[in-house]
Design a protein. Structure first.
Ligand code: FES
Length: 132
């Protein structure tokens, strides 16, 4: 059974929130070591810590681009603590996919890894700013 379900093809051909943001609160790039593809995420936060705006860019296979696209839809308006709880199941469900298997899961995980890395870096910065 092909992994390229209708929703994957739709998000790949018409990626949502594709582009960059000026002066984002979170800007992060993550690569898939297996293929060298990468995804960049840009997130602006509201003062209450929820996602005000999000964009992504980068190059990747249909699955990674579709996963990044649907991730931007999922996280719009969400609070930081909700973002921390996101995992691959949320992406698999949103894209209406079967289990992608061990190789393709890395494609699917790429945007989530970028998000988690971006959150970690942002929270570290916040802690060090509050100490200074
Ligand atoms: Fe590179 Fe999927 S083959 S992210």
């Amino acid at each position: 059974m092909s992994i390229y379900r209708e929703k994957v093809i739709d998000h790949y051909k018409n990626p949502r929130n594709f582009g960059k943001l000026d002066n984002p609160d979170i800007e992060v790039k993550e690569s898939n070591p297996l293929c060298g593809d990468d995804i960049e995420l840009y997130i602006k936060l509201n003062t209450n810590g929820s996602v005000a705006d999000v964009k992504f860019s980068g190059k990747g296979c249909a699955l990674s681009i579709a996963a990044a696209s649907v991730l931007t839809e999922i996280i719009s308006g969400k609070k930081l603590k909700e973002l921390k709880r996101l995992n691959k199941k949320d992406i698999i469900k949103a894209l209406d996919l079967p289990d992608p298997g061990p190789t393709r899961i890395e494609c699917l995980l790429l945007p989530i890894k970028a998000l988690k890395l971006g959150l970690t870096e942002y929270l570290k910065r916040e802690v060090s700013n509050s100490k200074s």
